[in-house]
Ligand binder design. Structure first.
Ligand SMILES: C[S@@+](CC[C@H](N)C(=O)[O-])C[C@H]1O[C@@H](n2cnc3c(N)ncnc32)[C@H](O)[C@@H]1O
Length: 266
């Protein structure tokens, strides 16, 4: 493993200078699957518009913009200043600022629902992930949904293997990441943590939240989508969505999704 460094500068640098997050959910079939299924799951659990939704780790605002278009009052907070600025540019009606999910500058109970679709990916210490969940619970009115996403433990090994990138150089790091959940940035991405389904459930409990409903977001067919050279085959895309929906709560395949979504009332 590389030496541990403070995570935040790494994450801010990655999203500012290395990776373009802005169109991630529309650029590739896999991104479209994530967006289609996440919005489906959000729509099922959110209170009706014009409820107030706090989007913590909202990035450049893909979900905030979608929610605002449906009449929700949305506020976005993100660790990366460039993301908050992009969200303000992309969605002028959505107030967006810089904040850390572990210390939200907000009064308790100010939101009807809180999204945490990103911060848990990047907090490698359990106490930090629990702090972010506890903050999400604090700022959500009692009974309102806290909806938190995690990247599945299996995602990296599946994603690199389908690209033929598990080789003599990367194999040890990939296996170590699969064992510990802590990403080795030499294999790509940045400071990151990959969850097993039961860990996400236990972290909700440690944050004082009720046991969440847990969903596999993309289902097991996601690795096929970007493996096609000829762009999205619409039939395969629709089948991947149907398959994800059919098995979304099956504990036997939850971890085969790229992302997990956990939902519990504050
Ligand atoms: C993969 S992006 C997801 C963005 C958006 N929520 C989405 O799902 O498209 C992860 C986001 O989490 C943000 N993030 C990471 N750690 C955070 C923290 N401790 N507090 C707030 N935001 C954080 C990153 O800056 C980034 O915008």
């Amino acid at each position: 493993m590389p030496p541990r460094r403070p995570a935040e500068p790494d994450i801010v640098r990655y999203y500012t200078d290395v990776y373009t997050e802005a169109d991630r959910l529309h650029r590739t079939p896999q991104g479209r699957l994530e967006f289609a299924r996440t919005t489906e799951l959000l729509a099922r659990s959110l209170p009706p518009a014009p409820a107030t939704v706090l989007d913590v780790g909202g990035g450049p605002g893909a979900y905030a913009g979608w929610l605002a278009a449906y009449g929700y009052r949305v506020r976005l907070l993100d660790l990366v200043p460039a993301h908050a600025a992009a969200a303000r540019r992309n969605h002028p009606a959505v107030p967006a600022g810089v904040a850390d999910a572990r210390r939200l500058p907000l009064a308790g109970g100010c939101a009807d629902a809180t999204l945490l679709l990103g911060p848990l990916y990047h907090l490698t210490d359990r106490k930090d992930r629990v702090a972010a969940l506890r903050e999400a619970a604090r700022v959500t009115r009692p009974g309102g949904p806290v909806m938190a996403a995690a990247i599945s433990r299996s995602t990296q090994i599946i994603d690199l293997a389908r690209q033929g990138r598990v080789d003599e150089v990367t194999r040890a790091a990939v296996l170590a990441t699969h064992a510990t959940g802590v990403n080795d940035p030499r294999t790509g991405f940045t400071t990151a943590y990959f969850h097993r389904p039961e860990e996400l459930v236990a972290e909700f409990a440690a944050a004082g939240l009720p046991a969440p409903r847990l969903y596999g977001v993309e289902g097991p067919l996601w690795p096929l989508l970007d493996a096609l050279d000829v762009g999205p085959a619409e039939r395969l895309f629709r089948d991947a969505v149907d398959c994800a929906r059919a098995v979304e709560s099956d504990p036997a395949v939850l971890g085969a999704s790229c992302h997990l979504l956990a939902v519990a009332p504050a």
